[in-house]
Design a binder for this molecule. Structure first.
Ligand SMILES: Cc1cc2nc3c(=O)[nH]c(=O)nc-3n(C[C@H](O)[C@H](O)[C@H](O)COP(=O)(O)OP(=O)(O)OC[C@H]3O[C@@H](n4cnc5c(N)ncnc54)[C@H](O)[C@@H]3O)c2cc1C
Length: 370
């Protein structure tokens, strides 16, 4: 019998999950319906950097998940035949304000490089070399280059994944849905039961699970970034991305788009209004490295809502006492890196494949639910 699977939420977890359910062996026994209301989606608002290896975070489970996530990307991109616009391995330049700190970072990176294939090559670059590789910078800092780092455009990424899956066994419904107390999904066509329900509603996770009498401890955080239009000659193609310490990331895309982001506002709830002060702050951060930028070059401002748990760690797995309900969330500010791996593991769970080592990546889901 064909298994009916519902996914609520079409961000990076939901979209990756849908792709793998359409792609992995066993897909012909599965029909997937994905519900998404496209409101405040963090994934679409984000253009991001995939480069977890030099993060200052010391949470071991998070690092194991982020590292596996970064490793997964090249095969996911090739399996789903995603465009360079969605994902490209351009390399990452990480900076430190203090030269000695940069040297320490470089030593740490060289040690990790020996046993982390996905990192690629690690190099210490002086300011002149950074400027050569990122010619749009007027004031280049020194930095550590990691060739395996990548940039991603969240919106392109999820829409391309969903398009691939829709060519097979996925039906996308652009609507807001809710659960009923007995586990059905209230849709515009009436309540529907599914064999398995995957809940990937990001910052809305708390309200999604309330009808089941569950209180998920996830809070929203507003994030904003700006897109600028910049003249980039053809020979500037494939520039690396830069992660300056304590400032905004500088993410150039081929064709003249430059993204600067992102902000982190903890007290704005689900507000999605672009704020002039955030726009000014992001532009000023970028002007430290590219003096010539002007406000007139800002072509768009994107706003999304991230989801945070109390311990800032993502979580995923089956809902306690409801094994046919799977959830994944609390991705915070590194969800583009960890999200695809969660989508992949949740898909494996739908195929009833034994998943080793979940506990290496996440605490039990029960720790995040009252
Ligand atoms: C500005 C910004 C910059 C970022 N930069 C980076 C970065 O550089 N690197 C990185 O790794 N991460 C980054 N992140 C974080 C990352 O984008 C998020 O952690 C990740 O995308 C969250 O994915 P998700 O699938 O859990 O949730 P979302 O992407 O938020 O998706 C949830 C979806 O569920 C839908 N939904 C909710 N409730 C319902 C319902 N009842 N019915 C139907 N649909 C529903 C929503 O509309 C939404 O589309 C950034 C985030 C922001 C906002």
């Amino acid at each position: 019998m064909v298994k009916q699977v519902a996914i609520i939420g079409g961000g990076i977890i939901g979209a990756t999950d849908a792709f793998y359910l359409s792609f992995l062996q066993g897909n012909d026994n599965i029909q997937v319906t994905l519900f998404d209301d496209d409101t405040g989606q963090a994934t679409k608002a984000a253009s991001g950097i995939i480069s977890p290896w030099l993060s200052k975070r010391r949470n071991k489970r998070w690092y194991a998940l982020a590292k596996r996530g970064a490793e997964l990307y090249p095969s996911l991109v090739s399996d789903a035949q995603l465009s360079n616009q969605a994902y490209q391995q351009t390399g990452t330049i990480v900076t430190r304000k203090n030269h000695d700190d940069l040297l320490a970072l470089y030593q740490e990176a060289k040690i990790k490089e020996q046993h982390t294939t996905a990192m690629g090559r690690v190099e210490l670059l002086d300011a002149k070399e950074v400027k050569r590789r990122m010619p749009l910078l007027t004031d280049a800092p020194e930095g550590v280059f990691v060739s395996g780092g990548a940039r991603i455009d969240g919106g392109h990424f999820v829409s391309e994944l969903l398009e691939r899956a829709a060519a097979n066994n996925l039906d996308v419904k652009n609507e807001r849905v809710s659960l009923t107390a007995n586990g059905a999904i209230n849709t515009t066509a009436g309540p529907k039961h599914f064999d398995i329900v995957i809940i990937a509603t990001g910052a809305r996770m708390h309200e999604s699970l309330q009808p089941l009498g569950l209180n998920v401890k996830v809070r929203p955080q507003k994030g904003q970034l700006i897109d600028l239009t910049v003249k980039m000659p053809h020979k500037w193609r494939n520039m690396p991305v830069m992660m300056p310490e304590g400032s905004s990331d500088v993410i150039p895309f081929n064709g003249g788009k430059l993204v600067i982001g992102a902000t982190h506002e903890n007290d704005e709830g689900f507000d999605l209004t672009p704020q002039p002060a955030a726009r000014r702050q992001l532009l000023n951060n970028a002007k430290v490295f590219i003096k010539t930028l002007t406000d007139a070059q800002v072509s768009d401002m994107r706003v999304g809502t991230r989801a945070y748990t109390e311990d800032f760690a993502p979580f995923f797995g089956a809902v306690p006492t409801l094994p046919n309900f799977l959830i994944g969330g609390g991705l915070g500010s590194s969800g583009l890196t960890t999200g695809p791996m969660i989508g992949y593991l949740l898909a494996q769970a739908v195929f009833e494949r034994e998943i080793d080592h979940w506990q290496d990546y996440t605490k039990p889901v029960s720790q995040y639910i009252d």
